[in-house]
Design a binder for this molecule. Structure first.
Ligand SMILES: Cc1cc2nc3c(=O)[nH]c(=O)nc-3n(C[C@H](O)[C@H](O)[C@H](O)COP(=O)(O)O)c2cc1C
Length: 210
């Protein structure tokens, strides 16, 4: 496959630098709304990057579930590798790539656990099988090659038949409080539009070279 000659000349949209919004969360919401309408894959999926205790970076996809009080919320297992990274170093990055729109949004910020009450609220809204999988899976730990997760699911479904499932204390949400948000819009001839907001008491906005 001749991947070096795969080329797309981006030309679907542009950033209007004469009419920029003051608040990057408003801008995010505007782009997110369009992404939800156009993207084939989950528009709320994003790459979360963390750094471990040896300063090695790690990236993986998570799903954005809420944007609340200017922060971006996802849910996970608090014993997972990502959570262990965050608990040592809560500087994280989120990357949303919306290919259909030729857009990328890069968010840097600090991650903090959300309140137990808010984690409970979301957990209680999840489908029962998703709730049960949090009880079965010790996310990121080693399991036997022969481990039969479907069998475990059947057994636990039986155990919890007709019962309410309580959120395990090692599962919940993190909120990413942003201090930098960059909007990237692909443009022809690689002359892309980039707009970056940085937070220091207030949001300041600048244009970046492609
Ligand atoms: C589309 C997609 C959505 C995902 N959403 C989540 C999520 O919301 N939370 C989560 O913990 N893992 C999610 N995952 C799995 C993670 O990418 C990752 O495999 C898992 O969280 C373990 O990562 P860790 O070992 O670095 O902690 C998702 C994966 C994909 C591909």
């Amino acid at each position: 496959m001749d991947i070096k000659n795969l080329r797309v000349d981006y030309n679907k949209n542009r950033i209007d630098f004469n009419n920029i919004l003051k608040d990057p969360i408003d801008y995010f919401n505007l782009w997110f709304k369009e992404a939800l309408q156009t993207e084939i894959n989950e528009a709320n999926s994003c790459v979360l990057s963390t750094v471990d205790c040896l300063n090695n970076p790690n990236s993986r996809v998570v799903l954005l579930k809420y944007i609340e009080e200017n922060s971006f919320i996802f849910f996970t297992n608090y014993d997972s590798a990502k959570s262990r990274d965050i608990l040592k170093n809560n500087n994280v990055a989120l990357n949303f790539y919306w290919g259909t729109l030729e857009r990328q949004v890069r968010i840097n910020g600090c991650a903090e656990k959300i309140s137990e009450l808010n984690s409970d609220q979301y957990f209680n809204e999840r489908p029962k099988k998703s709730q049960l999988s949090t009880l079965i899976s010790k996310q990121s730990s080693n399991i036997n090659l022969s481990c039969d997760l479907n069998l475990q699911m059947k057994q636990i479904e039986e155990k919890y038949k007709g019962k309410t499932i309580k959120r395990p204390s090692n599962w919940g949400g993190f909120k990413v409080i942003p201090n930098r948000i960059e909007f990237w819009q692909g443009r022809p001839s690689r002359l892309h539009d980039r707009l970056v907001y940085t937070f220091d008491q207030n949001w300041a906005v600048k244009r970046l070279a492609p």
